[in-house]
Design a protein around this ligand. Structure first.
Ligand code: ADP
Ligand code: MG
Length: 351
C-alpha cells in the first residue's frame, strides 16, 4: 500500500484463513526523495506520458524490493500501487508495474483494484470499507472506522456507508513542508500546530468548500486539497503556525461533522498527530484500532491483502453502499509469476 501522503511503501504480511485475519509482520519504507518529488510532480502538474511510464516501472522495482526485504513466505500479493490521478466515478490511475513485482518475487500479484468498481458505476473508492465490515462489523454499537491518511475517510458500521470526509494530513504536510523549506514533511506529534491559533474566519470559509456539502458516496484527493489549495492558504499571508493550526482544525471539524457514533476506531498516520487527536477526542469518542488488534499504520495494507484474497477467490471486494457501484464486482487484475521460484514463494523461507 502506498497512500496519497506519498510517504512511502507499507508492506503487511497477512495470514488469511476464511474470516480469520492475522498480521504476521509490517514494515513501512519511505520513498527515495527523488521518487517522492517525481510522484508529486506527476500528480499535480501536467506531466508527459513518458514520465508516468518511467515511474510505473521505477515503483514496480521499489515495491518488489520492499516485499523481498520482509523475508517472509508469500502466496499472493495485493498491491494497491500509487494513485497519480483519481476522479471519483470517472477515471483513476494507480501505477507500480505489477508484472515487475510478479517477476522479481515469483508470486502472483493482484493490482488495479479501483477500475472495475468505476466501470460498474462506482466512485472507485473507498475500498477499505469492505474490510472494515469484516474487521469491525460484528457489533450492535454504532461504530465508525476512521482512517486519517493524506485524506481522511470513514466507514459507518454496520451499514457500510463510507466516504472521504476531506483532507487528513495532506494540507498539514504541505504547510509544514512549506514552513520548513522541505526539511520536515509532517507536523510531528502536532507540535507546531499546538503553537498556533485557529483563525475562525478562515476556518469558516474553508468549511464552505463544496466538497463538504456533497452527499456520499464521494471521494477526494490531491485534485481538491493539493498544491493549489495550499497555495490559496499561503496567499492569505496569515502567520504560518496559525495556518497550520487552522488546517489541523479543518481536518478535525470535517471528521467530527461527518461522524455520529458510539465508538470511532481510528487508524492511519494521523493518529500520531497528538494535537489533532486531542482536538478530535473532544468532539467524538475515539479509540485506536490497536485496541482491536489492528496496527493503525498497517490497516490499509492489511486491507489490500484481504481484497487480493477476495479477488483470487473470484469474490467481489467492493461495497456498493460505499462506492456507489451498481453491484458488487470482483476487483483487480492478476499478473502471473513466471520465472524461477524465489525465496518468498511459499516454502522457500522458513520462519
Ligand atoms: N509522528 C507523527 N506525527 C504527526 N503526523 C504523523 C506522524 N507519523 C505520521 N504522520 C502523518 O501520517 C501521514 C502518513 O499517514 P498514512 O496513513 O501513511 O497516509 P497515506 O495512506 O495517505 O499514505 C504522514 O504524511 C504524516 O502526516
Ligand atoms: Mg502512507
Amino acid at each position: 500500500m502506498s497512500g496519497t501522503s506519498l510517504d512511502g511503501i507499507d508492506v503487511a504480511i497477512v495470514d488469511i484463513r476464511g474470516k480469520r485475519i492475522k498480521t504476521i509482520a509490517f514494515k513501512s519504507t519511505p520513498y527515495p526523495k527523488a521518487v517522492r518529488a517525481a510522484l508529486l510532480n506527476v500528480s499535480t502538474v501536467a506531466a508527459g506520458a513518458k514520465e508516468v511510464s518511467r515511474l510505473n516501472f521505477v515503483l514496480g522495482e521499489l515495491y518488489a524490493k520492499a516485499i523481498l526485504a520482509m523475508r517472509e513466505p508469500v502466496d499472493l500479493i495485493g498491491m494497491h500501487g500509487q494513485t497519480i490521478y483519481h476522479e471519483g466515478g470517472k477515471h483513476t490511475l494507480q501505477i507500480g508495474e505489477a508484472a515487475v513485482v510478479a517477476e522479481r518475487t515469483g508470486v502472483d500479484v493482484i493490482s488495479n483494484f479501483r477500475e472495475a468498481d468505476i466501470a460498474a458505476g462506482g466512485q472507485g473508492a473507498p475500498l477499505v470499507p469492505y474490510v472494515d465490515m469484516l474487521l469491525f462489523g460484528g457489533t450492535k454499537k454504532r461504530r465508525v472506522a476512521l482512517n486519517i491518511g493524506g485524506i481522511a475517510n470513514i466507514t459507518v458500521l454496520p451499514e457500510g456507508i463510507a466516504f472521504d470526509t476531506g483532507p487528513g494530513n495532506m494540507v498539514i504536510d504541505a504547510l509544514v513542508s512549506h514552513m520548513t523549506n522541505g526539511r520536515q514533511k509532517f507536523d510531528r506529534g502536532g507540535r507546531i500546530a499546538r503553537t498556533g491559533r485557529v483563525n475562525e474566519q478562515l476556518l469558516r470559509k474553508l468549511l464552505k468548500h463544496p466538497y463538504f456539502k456533497r452527499k456520499a458516496p464521494k471521494s477526494c484527493g490531491r485534485e481538491e486539497f493539493g498544491r493549489e489549495y495550499t497555495r490559496m492558504l499561503i496567499d492569505t499571508e496569515l502567520p504560518l503556525p496559525d495556518l497550520l493550526t487552522t488546517a489541523t482544525e479543518l481536518t478535525v471539524r470535517t471528521i467530527a461533522d461527518a461522524v455520529e457514533a458510539d465508538e470511532v476506531i481510528a487508524s492511519g498516520g494521523g493518529v500520531h498527530n497528538r494535537f489533532l487527536m486531542e482536538r478530535l477526542c473532544l468532539m467524538v469518542p475515539v479509540r485506536s484500532s490497536a485496541e482491536f488488534g489492528i496496527d493503525p499504520d498497517a490497516k490499509e495494507a492489511i486491507a489490500f491483502a484481504v481484497l487480493a484474497y477476495q479477488t483470487a477467490r473470484r469474490r467481489p471486494g467492493n461495497l456498493p453502499s460505499a462506492t456507489g457501484a451498481r453491484y458488487p464486482v470482483i476487483l483487480g487484475k492478476r499478473s502471473f509469476s513466471q520465472g524461477p521460484a524465489t525465496e518468498v514463494r511459499r516454502g522457500r523461507l522458513r520462519r
